[in-house]
Design a protein around this ligand. Structure first.
Ligand code: URA
Length: 224
């Protein structure tokens, strides 16, 4: 139910990441935070991992054994996190995980089939590329993913209105968590959102809190 919405896959830990055990602790990580904010997805629903799990001094062998040796760990992480969308960061990761020959310039901002079963990946240049350019110029590429996320939600909101919450027709069956819907309804510009049910609306309290949190007008209704 709380699976990861977006998983970013970077290349390898730098010195700081190696010491802390946390990926993307530096400037590139700050930019990734910006991207997550731009996409309108809760940071709690995003995760970041690296293709290569260890610090590789002098960046040597990045296209060689390291990636192959670490690959089973990455595969297992993907199995466990079960992300809805995967964003691959940078040329090496993109090529390794898609087997495409298009250059990163041609591939960025697009989806490609990947080596993971039934999963496409979305390609971005590595955040460090944009950091070097002053952390600008990434919006156009990331917009393709943002549009897709927004389209999904608009369709879901239309399809699933009225929304049934906490019942056997739970929101979580088709349209994601209630919080996601409220958050995205807000992000795609809805001013109000109605929650209705036949009889008792058991999710009303959570709904009320979420409407407060996201400053969207909440309406409760009984269907008959
Ligand atoms: N660059 C990466 O690809 N991964 C990190 O964790 C840090 C920088």
């Amino acid at each position: 139910k709380d699976n990861v919405k977006i998983l970013f896959i970077g290349l390898n830990p730098g010195k700081d990441e190696n010491e802390t055990g946390i990926p993307f602790v530096g400037k590139s990580g700050k930019l990734l935070d910006k991207w997550i904010n731009f996409l309108g997805v809760s940071p709690k629903r995003c995760s970041v991992v690296n293709l290569i799990k260890c610090f590789t001094p002098n960046q040597s062998g990045l296209n060689g054994d390291e990636a192959d040796n670490c690959f089973p760990y990455l595969e297992r992480q993907i199995q466990l996190l079960n992300p809805e969308h995967i964003v691959v960061l940078g040329d090496i990761v993109y090529k390794k995980l898609t087997n495409q020959s298009l250059s990163i310039t041609q591939a960025e901002g697009k989806f490609f089939p990947s080596v993971f079963k039934n999963k496409d990946v979305f390609v971005m240049r590595h955040p460090s590329y944009f950091v070097r350019k002053g952390s600008v110029g990434w919006e156009d590429s990331l917009n393709q993913l943002k549009d897709l996320l927004n389209q999904q939600v608009v369709t879901e909101v239309q399809e699933y209105t009225p929304l049934h919450c906490h019942s056997e027709y739970s929101l979580t069956d088709g349209a994601g968590r209630l919080e996601d819907l409220v958050e995205h309804a807000k992000n795609v510009g809805f001013k109000a959102m109605a929650l209705t049910d036949h009889g008792t609306i058991s999710g009303w309290y959570e709904f009320q809190q979420l409407c407060d949190k996201y400053s969207i007008k909440g309406i409760l209704g009984i269907e008959f």
